[in-house]
Ligand binder design. Sequence first.
Ligand code: PRP
Ligand code: ADE
Length: 173
Amino acid sequence: MDLKSLIREIQDFPKEGISFKDITTVLNNKDAFKYVIDQLSEQLKDLNVDVIVGPEARGFLMGAPVAYKLNKAFVPVRKPGKLPAETARYEYKLEYGTDALEIHKDAIKPGDRVAILDDLLATGGTVLAAAKLIEELGGQVISLNFLIELSFLKGRETLKDYHVETLVQYDEE
Ligand SMILES: O=P(O)(O)OC[C@H]1O[C@H](OP(=O)(O)OP(=O)(O)O)[C@H](O)[C@@H]1O
Ligand SMILES: Nc1ncnc2[nH]cnc12
């Protein structure tokens, strides 16, 4: 399946100079959405993970369906102030800005084998933050899986200590 042809590119969104990769056009195509979830699930099926983590918001769109398909638990990592119980927090940098992420402290048990799923790898800051939160709670980060990789931003260098898999790569903006 030619996923790249289904990913819509919007120039100068949300800021000048950013070429935004819009996955809503993939989600809106039932065959493409199914293909993406099936492919991400296939990458994980033999890794014996216990938990799938997805960072808000687009990580939910990849992580929750894969967790359902593989019959695993799903744990959301959210932007500050959204999770109601006791949280751990980590601050990180984005391609456009700075943010922080939180996870419920009781969501990951020591020794849990965890995969983190997100729609897109840019600088790697978001998923590194999620990985640090999981490790702080005693989890083991087994795999990081993405639909899209912006290779020119070198997120793999930020994530060099982890196993990274992506379905579609962009070598230049
Ligand atoms: O590799 P990075 O440089 O961290 O960038 C990638 C992250 O940026 C986007 O999320 P965003 O923070 O825009 O939030 P959203 O999912 O709520 O739209 C994307 O969904 C990834 O989570
Ligand atoms: N260029 C981009 N397109 C879509 N989501 C992003 N998140 C970070 N950079 C992005």
